[in-house]
Design a protein around this ligand. Structure first.
Ligand SMILES: *[C@@H]1O[C@H](CO)[C@@H](O)[C@H](O)[C@H]1NC(C)=O
Ligand SMILES: *[C@@H]1O[C@H](CO)[C@@H](O)[C@H](O)[C@H]1NC(C)=O
Ligand SMILES: *[C@@H]1O[C@H](CO)[C@@H](O)[C@H](O)[C@H]1NC(C)=O
Length: 399
């Protein structure tokens, strides 16, 4: 069964809406959950993050020191030497689900055009991980373009860590370049699934007031499990509610919730009624778990969750859709499946960039009544002639 250590070494939360899959490492199980939060600014602008929590690898001058890197606050920002390999680091003081950042340059000229992200629980050497894509490649995120206005950068997967580092990769031609930022995310009532065989199942753990705890299984049912799965971004809800410490005991974690009574419509487990005075341990009752229904569709490469290249999961492999006969009716099935009202536009020709992996669907001919893209007629038996230059995309109406 699962190794507890994993929780700390490979925990990776994924963001609702913009889903990424866990990579199947050789002989290694990816511990994955998905992000829950109503993401908000963590305090670079408001000052909730104190000056001494902001450090950097280099700075020129007292006026440009790391703590000046607060969104909208200082005139210029943090100014590193114009040299690769530099970084700015924020200590969020506790375990935090980080969904993205807001970055800002100075005036029109001085800005960071792209950057990568590292994160850590300890900030110790050798204990930093990079934000990567599904293939394990370090992500290069687009930053500012020159307006001096803040740009929100949503990470494709939510990271859970105490420390975050931004590493500028490219910058405006006029030196010195400046960076100001806000970190987006949330701390409380995060849930995660631990010790499951796949990233959509596991023991339910919830984070509150600086520590993780478990949920006792008394009265634990599918409605409770559905709320957990939806909070984690599994739009299809739960397949099973597991009781009796099905995914093994957590060991030392305290019981934080008992007799949870969700309706299944809540956005967070913490919003469900439960017995407030919980025991220290689940005791005679056991710890609750869930098996969610894994997502089978997602949008990738768009500007936000409402648009992107359509990717579908078949036999656990994500692939794309060819734009043959791709139209608004097909696109609307995708949008509705993702919880949007309808499609505004069906995009062809890899409008959102070419995908990777197989082309799973070709020649879709939905009639508009389907609830799942895989229920639409398509050229099922033909080997597709399409490559990723013809990947289909959608722009959905955000309700
Ligand atoms: C939060 O944790 C701290 C220290 O662990 C404790 O002193 C405090 O009472 C806790 N607050 C709540 C609301 O549980
Ligand atoms: C998503 O991005 C599109 C275009 O980039 C924009 O028009 C739309 O308002 C955005 N929607 C949300 C919900 O941010
Ligand atoms: C994709 O297919 C087109 C023709 O269908 C071909 O011209 C093009 O070279 C292919 N591109 C790649 C990257 O294979």
């Amino acid at each position: 069964m699962a190794v507890r250590l994993f929780m700390w070494t490979t925990l990776q939360l994924l963001c609702a809406g913009l889903l990424a899959t866990a990579r199947d490492g050789v002989g290694e199980r990816m511990q994955t959950s998905v992000a829950p939060c109503t993401s908000g600014p963590l305090g670079m602008e408001s000052g909730a993050i104190p000056d001494d929590s902001i450090t950097a690898s280099s700075f020129y001058h007292e006026d440009y020191r790391p703590s000046k890197a607060r969104l909208n606050v200082e005139k210029v920002g943090w100014i590193p030497r114009k040299k690769a390999g530099q970084w700015i680091q924020v200590d969020l003081s506790e375990y935090t689900a980080i969904t993205g950042v807001i970055v800002q340059g100075y005036r029109t000229m001085q800005h960071v055009k792209s950057f990568s992200v590292k994160y850590s629980d300890t900030a110790m050497k050798g204990e930093w991980k990079s934000l990567v894509d599904e293939e394990g490649q370090v992500l290069e995120l687009a930053g500012n373009t020159g307006s001096g206005q803040p740009v929100t950068v949503t990470f494709p997967s939510v990271i859970v860590a105490r420390y975050i580092r931004l590493l500028p990769l490219t910058w405006s031609r006029s030196a010195p370049y400046a960076l100001r930022l806000e970190v987006l995310g949330c701390r409380d009532a995060i849930v995660r699934l631990v010790d499951g065989d796949v990233d959509w199942s596991g023991r339910v753990e919830i984070y509150r007031n600086g520590s993780w705890g478990v949920v006792c299984d008394q009265d634990w049912d599918l409605l409770d499990a559905t709320t957990v799965c939806r909070q984690l971004g599994f739009k299809l809800g739960a397949r099973e509610a597991k009781t009796g410490s099905f995914f093994g005991k957590s060991g030392s974690l305290p019981a934080m919730m008992a007799r949870v009574s969700c309706k299944g419509t809540e956005s967070r487990l913490a919003d469900c009624p439960f017995v407030c005075k919980t025991p220290d341990k689940c005791g005679r009752t056991r710890e609750a778990g869930v098996i969610c229904r894994p997502n089978t569709i997602r949008l990738v490469g768009g500007s936000n969750a409402t648009n992107g290249r359509v990717e579908v999961r078949r036999s656990d492999i994500w692939g794309t859709v060819c734009d043959n006969d791709w139209d608004l009716t097909d696109a609307s099935i995708v949008c509705r499946q993702l919880g949007f009202s309808e499609a505004v536009e069906a995009k062809a020709g890899a409008y959102f960039g070419p995908g990777r992996g197989p082309v799973h669907l070709d020649g879709l001919a939905c009639d508009g009544s389907e609830s799942d893209i895989s229920d639409c007629p398509s050229l099922c038996w033909e080997e597709t002639q399409c490559n990723h230059t013809r990947d289909a995309g959608v722009i959905c109406r955000s309700n």
